[in-house]
Write a protein that binds this ligand. Structure first.
Ligand code: NDP
Length: 247
């Protein structure tokens, strides 16, 4: 018996794939044979990443907090690469502060990028997926959405919201062949965590049984699994990728 993951003929739309975890997701899905839409705020960097990935990848610019721009990018992707079979809602931001200092702007910006954008993109692709009776949606949450974290009330709320959203949409569309899951990364080495002071980084390492920060490809591997036929009986779940941190 041999097991292979073959996404040839599938089209994946990965938000926030110009850098970090999203870029690794785009590279991994492409390596498994999928056509891949690389999506970021700048057309120039989306195009540059897409051409570095290869000939089944194309760059699309959109700000996920602007619903019209997100819907336009989805339509442009479907015109150029084909109907979206795999949607990965990965774009995300932090605006960390203690609750007492958190502004409504910090709250709203994080909810818009991390949660509302996933609602908009999921709604935009779901009809097509239902018609074709096939779809894989993977939302990138965070362990912080499960455990909470000081200084991240807005971020944790957005990620916990994403987990609840995922479970609900999974139940609504399971009968139509659309599977919806989350991946919850722990601490992954990207621009988002680059600003961590050295002392905080060392304390974190102590708390991670596998003894290292995760790399983007660790997260991409879990997403590849959820996007593949190997995960045909998995929906509404959250796969934790945190080096054992949350136990
Ligand atoms: P990075 O900051 O390295 O990259 C963020 C990506 O999201 C970039 O491609 C960026 O595009 C894009 N993006 C941000 N805001 C928008 C927007 N408004 N519209 C379009 N694209 C946008 O983040 P990571 O790779 O670290 O994180 C990816 C996801 O993983 C996020 O959802 C994050 O919350 C989650 N996560 C990360 C963890 C970590 O430790 N790094 C841990 C747990 C979860 P652009 O190039 O245009 O800025």
């Amino acid at each position: 018996m041999s097991v292979t993951i073959d996404l040839a003929g599938r089209t994946a739309f990965v938000t926030g794939s110009t850098r970090g975890i999203g870029r690794s997701i785009a590279e991994t899905l492409h390596a498994a044979g999928a056509n891949v839409a690389v999506v970021g705020r700048s057309k120039e960097s989306a195009d540059a990443v897409a051409s570095a990935i290869g000939d089944r990848a194309r760059g699309f610019a959109c700000d996920v907090t602007d619903s019209a721009s997100l819907r336009r990018a989805i339509t442009a992707c479907e015109t150029s690469l084909g109907p979206i079979d795999i949607l990965v809602n990965n774009a995300g931001i932090t605006r960390d502060n203690l609750l007492i200092r958190l502004t409504e702007q910090d709250w709203g910006d994080v909810i818009a990028a991390n949660l509302t954008a996933a609602f908009v993109s999921t709604q935009a692709v779901i009809k097509g997926m239902m018609k074709r009776r096939y779809g894989r949606i993977v939302n990138v949450a965070s362990i912080v959405g499960i455990t909470g974290n000081k200084g991240q009330a807005n971020y944790a709320a957005s990620k916990a919201g994403l987990i609840g959203f995922t479970k609900s949409v999974a139940k609504e569309y399971a009968g139509r062949g659309v599977l919806v899951n989350c991946v919850a990364p722990g601490f992954i080495d990207t621009d988002m965590t680059a600003a961590l002071p050295e002392a905080a980084r060392s304390a974190l390492l102590e708390a991670i049984p596998l003894g290292r920060l995760g790399s983007p490809v660790d997260v991409a591997g879990a997403i590849l699994f959820l996007a593949s036929d190997l995960a045909a009986y998995v929906t509404g779940q959250t796969v934790i990728v945190d080096g054992g941190m949350t136990g």
